[in-house]
Design a protein around this ligand. Structure first.
Ligand code: SF4
Ligand code: SF4
Length: 387
């Protein structure tokens, strides 16, 4: 029949939405209150009502929609939904599934999203780092004047982490992990961009990518859209602190890398050396990260009744960021303030494991929203959808 549209629901897709925490989607009766109350939804084809019916009917193409990324999970729609369908949380589940859909290999994404596999995922960097330490000892690598590496044994004397885990070995491991993440993100973004540009409702994109990307990144850094949320308004400030905590720490890491390998300036740079400012930025970054993530934790608990308790996928990133900040602060404290080698080195080891998990698994965790949301916002801006 002319003009007929055949809808093919994917029952397995519906089951996966339910299993991931989106079981409330079935309660939606399409009243559209959610799209009306959402301050971030554009007038043209607004969300999240249409995504709710796509989820309910098992229409898998919803994972290709840029709109699921424009949602900042503020929960305004969830609070006003007369059916308790929790559209904000359903969109969060769809984003998790989109990350899984675009990630490569998708099996790793499934493992990351399932708490059962957490021990296995942590074991990987633990074994890798232990293997490297052991190998450095077996190979008799020189770590300082007249000192060869002792393998897994904790070094005696003043605590200097680089004499136990040489900077070169750390840089090689973490650059490898970062390169893997960049490669996976590149593949995912390429597929996502292609998908949104063949979407039936795609419009002509306007303007240059670079100019629009700068505008989008400026918008993200200022958290302009996040600030429009009402129910969980404080989240924008908490999120901002975490983001700037990471930016400060990235500046420190990048500068330390340049000092070491380009300018050949020896560490340690502590509060009393000529590079004291670097340590100050590192302390500020760690402070912002820890305080911000603690506020995120408190806000989530406080809003649990209104916005839902959150899924494992949500909490996983919060705990991982907290673990990175805590082990980093403890590594510093146990080295510089209260030197206890038998504690300092294992805590430092844990810190390395946490950072590895953050980098290596980034394309599969909620952290991937950083990349996909930026792409979706760029697309929205270039297609005149509410920017
Ligand atoms: S999710 Fe709730 S508010 Fe939105 S259309 Fe469905 S029933 Fe209405
Ligand atoms: S959670 Fe907030 S941003 Fe997302 S659809 Fe609902 S109201 Fe809009």
């Amino acid at each position: 029949m002319a003009g007929e549209t055949v809808i093919k629901p994917d029952l397995d897709f519906i089951k996966r939405i339910v299993a991931a925490g989106g079981d409330t989607a079935k309660k939606c009766y399409q009243c559209d209150t959610c799209s009306v109350v959402c301050n971030l939804s554009p007038d043209n084809k607004p969300f999240p009502r249409k995504e709710m019916i796509q989820a309910q009917w098992g229409l898998k193409d919803v994972l290709k929609s840029p709109d699921i990324w424009l949602c900042h999970q503020c929960s305004d729609c969830t609070v006003y939904c007369p059916r308790g369908a929790k559209p904000g949380e359903v969109l969060a589940v769809l984003r998790q599934m989109a990350i899984e859909h675009y990630a490569f290999p998708s099996l790793l994404a499934r493992l990351v999203g399932d708490i059962k596999f957490l021990p296995l995922l942590v074991l990987f960097p633990v074994l890798l780092l232990l293997f490297v330490l052991k190998a450095l000892g077996v190979l008799g690598v020189r770590v300082a004047e007249g000192l060869t590496h002792q393998g897994l044994a904790i070094p005696k004397g003043t605590i200097i982490y680089s004499k136990w885990f040489p900077t070169l070995a750390i840089d090689a491991i973490f650059l490898g992990a970062a390169a893997f993440a960049v490669f996976v993100f590149f593949q995912g973004v390429k597929r996502f961009w292609n998908d949104i540009n063949v979407n039936p409702w795609t419009v002509r994109l306007k303007g240059g990518i670079v100019k629009n990307l700068v505008a989008v990144l400026t918008d993200i850094l200022a958290h302009n859209r996040f600030k429009k949320c009402e129910t969980t308004f404080a989240r924008s400030l908490n999120h901002l602190m975490v983001v700037f905590g990471f930016i400060f720490l990235a500046v420190v890491t990048g500068t330390a890398f340049l000092l070491e390998w380009v300018f050949h300036i020896e560490s340690p740079y502590n509060l009393f050396s000529h590079l004291w400012w670097l340590k100050v930025i590192a302390l500020m970054g760690t402070g912002l990260l820890l305080y911000g993530i603690y506020q995120v934790y408190l806000a989530r608990q406080a809003n649990a009744e209104k916005a839902g308790p959150g899924t494992y996928f949500d909490w996983q990133l919060i705990y991982l960021v907290a673990a990175v900040g805590l082990t980093g602060a403890l590594s510093y404290g146990l080295r510089a303030l209260l030197p206890i080698p038998v504690l300092a080195y294992p805590v430092y080891f844990l810190h390395l494991v946490c950072i590895f998990c953050l980098f290596f698994y980034a394309p599969f965790t909620k952290l991937a929203h950083l990349v996909y949301r930026t792409v979706a916002m760029l697309y929205a801006r270039m297609s005149d959808r509410g920017f």
